[in-house]
Ligand binder design. Structure first.
Ligand code: BES
Ligand code: ZN
Length: 628
């Protein structure tokens, strides 16, 4: 989730969204999804049935998508679907047992949005009908990564996985690719015999490994939650309703690391209402998975970089689980309202972590998050610092830094402080009930907040104050700045050690959490000598750390300080991980240190084949925009 590599995108947004006056005359509609071609006011999809063959040799999915459609406007006779790099073999309309070929054509391709597919459905087709589309994907599908055996843990079988959020479902299924539409789905997936397919649907842990798998997702979901993975994947239970899928080589480590998943699920239900999705499982993917996690319903996709051996990075699991309520049950209406998915999820993640672990640990994470937010506020242009910014026809994926995560969380913490935990928990539980299986805009959220909390007598917060958070840049007054005594102590130690007032062996690192170690590293003064860096590296084993977040922090420092003794280890880090957050900022620090842009490009060229195209894209645009 690293978002700093998009100055070009941001520049475009600045250019197209200058002043309020312009907004008023140019028909900008905050409730419209600008990231779809589909005409959802005229037609809606209710159900999707997929029948797909997984061809590792051709790196293609091939088969049929049947869309059950409803005509909302009687006069509308053309459906627009989203596609990207899809080859369509035929389109057939099925209605009341009759089939008829449909006329179709592609429109012009847009880099961000893909290619619209226009399908003629004359009035005679009636109000409800099915579209049967025969198609195959391209090896360039932006959603799919096809990994050769060498890039898996086992090294013997290939593996394929999808990442649909935000606008990539269209590169493996032709559909209305917008959170405005919710669909149920079913799928038949055929794979090479030894492999297992899993989806964001009802995975049966005991399913026979026949090479033909059936899935059903009876709850309606937005398209960005469609997900599939195929590989040499096995299952192990974590609790009664929870478990983990991964390659056999990672199974034991995953069972250990994520042992608290069942407890997290039960705690979330106690706080926010029933978990409505059946089982909750994790899929631990190879290192090239571009994110920490992705909340695919019933089956979160997870980076293996969480396997630190000490459960110190499992807040990502709490986060993806929390999305079962904030995001999957109540979904942001458009990507402009992304804070309602991510900010609310970050808030719930912290609340869960407080109960499962303790508040001190969570306060440490809050302080680290706040530090990243302040850095982002330095680089994200002002109009993009609103929780709900003006967001139109440019990429939805990289526009706001971590702002909708951390500023969103701080907004909800501000409300919680103002109204009290009990009242705010009740508010959230009723919000999830009220909007379940629906979508929500920022404006509707504010209305609901006003109705239930702000309008009460002597309310400590008024609508204007709430709107400061959603529409204004920076941080409003009254924000509760996260504090952690443990991290303050670590920062003080960093100073004292840098000044020579304390010896390294006298610092109680053994008692430090990974978060405290991270804060210690981040707090070192800019002019620290290389001799001191060497002492620290040797003393704490930073270059060899098993903790990916400590490694990230260390190698950002190594790169920005040009501590070349650790460059070899840094390159090993860049090759070991493919999660954007862990590597993109290291490349950026290298490119920005005044000497190593060329070296960053060389290291990227050596590593890039193993990276996911999404991650490679972030790094590439970062390096392209760096000053020579
Ligand atoms: N839904 C996001 C990942 C995402 C966001 C994918 C936007 C595509 C577009 C996921 O839930 C997430 O937030 N992942 C974070 C986890 C972290 C904040 C705990 C990540 O990957 O770092
Ligand atoms: Zn998230």
């Amino acid at each position: 989730m690293y978002r700093k590599f998009v100055p070009v995108v941001i520049a475009l947004l600045v250019f197209s969204a200058c002043s309020k006056e312009v907004e008023e005359v140019d028909n900008y509609d905050p409730a419209r999804d600008y990231f779809t071609f589909s005409n959802t006011g005229q037609f809606a999809t209710d159900h999707l049935a997929l029948d797909l063959n997984v061809d590792f040799e051709a790196q293609e999915l091939r088969g049929f998508a049947m869309l059950s459609m409803r005509r909302l406007e009687p006069a509308a006779t053309e459906i627009v679907l989203d596609t990207r790099d899809l080859t369509i073999a035929s389109v057939v309309v099925l209605q009341d047992g009759n089939t008829a070929p449909a006329e179709y054509r592609f429109g012009d391709t847009d880099d961000t949005l893909g290619t619209p597919l226009y399908i003629a459905v004359p009035e005679a087709t009636g109000e409800q009908f099915d579209l049967m589309i025969e198609y195959h994907t391209s090896p360039q599908s932006t959603a799919l990564q096809w990994l050769p055996p060498e890039l898996t843990a086992g090294g013997k079988h290939p593996l394929m996985f999808s990442q649909s959020q935000a606008v990539h479902a269209r590169s493996w299924v032709p559909l209305q690719d917008t959170p405005a539409i919710r669909i149920t789905y079913e799928a038949t997936v055929r794979t090479p015999a030894a492999l297992l397919a899993v989806m964001s649907a009802n995975n049966d842990p005991l399913t026979p490994r026949t090479g033909e798998y059936h899935f059903e997702m009876p709850q309606p979901i937005p398209s960005y939650l469609l997900a599939i993975a195929v590989g040499n994947i096995y299952f192990a239970p974590l609790g009664e309703d929870t478990g983990v899928y991964t390659e056999p080589e990672l199974l034991d480590a995953s069972v250990f690391e994520f042992a608290d998943t069942q407890a997290m699920l039960e705690q979330a239900e106690a706080m926010f209402g029933p978990y409505d999705w059946g089982r909750y499982d994790l899929l631990v993917l190879p290192p090239s998975f571009p994110y920490g996690g992705m909340e695919n319903p019933r089956l979160s996709f997870i980076t293996p970089s969480l396997l630190a051996g000490d459960r110190s990075l499992v807040s990502v699991i709490a986060h993806e689980l929390a999305h079962s309520w904030s995001g999957n049950l109540v979904t942001n209406a458009t990507w402009r309202d992304g804070w309602l998915n991510e900010g609310m999820t970050s808030y719930i993640e912290s609340r869960l972590m407080e109960v499962i672990y303790d508040v001190k640990r969570v306060d440490e994470e809050r302080v680290l998050m706040y530090r990243e937010l302040l850095l982002d506020l330095e680089s994200v242009p002002e109009h993009m610092q609103a929780l709900a910014p003006r967001l139109d026809d440019t990429t939805s994926e990289d526009f706001q830094g971590t702002i909708h995560y951390s500023k969103g969380q701080l907004f909800l913490e501000y409300l919680e402080n103002a109204f009290g935990r009990e009242a705010f928990d009740q508010f959230l539980a009723s919000y999830f009930k009220e909007f379940a299986y629906g979508t929500i805009t920022t404006e509707r959220f504010l209305d609901y907040l006003e109705l239930n909390l702000l309008s009460q007598e002597d309310s400590p917060v008024n609508r204007e104050q709430a709107e400061q958070w959603t529409y204004q840049p920076g941080l409003p007054e009254g924000v509760a700045i996260p504090q952690s005594e443990n991290l303050d102590a670590a920062a003080a130690m960093a100073d004292a050690w840098a000044d020579g007032d304390v010896e390294l062996e006298d610092i109680p690192f053994a008692d430090y959490s990974p978060q405290a170690t991270i804060h210690f590293i981040n707090s070192l003064p800019a002019d620290l000598s290389f001799a001191k860096l060497a002492e620290l590296d040797a003393g704490l084993g930073l270059s060899e750390t098993r903790n990916a977040e400590i490694g990230r922090t260390w190698f950002i420092q190594v790169a920005s300080r040009r501590y070349t003794d650790a460059y070899e280890a840094m390159e090993a880090h860049l090759n070991r991980f493919g999660r954007g957050r862990l590597i993109a900022p290291v490349y950026r620090a290298l490119a920005a240190n005044g000497e190593d842009l060329e070296l960053a490009r060389e290291m990227f060229a050596r590593a890039r084949d193993a990276y996911h195209p999404i991650t490679a894209g972030w790094i590439e645009s970062g390096l392209a925009n760096a000053m020579d």
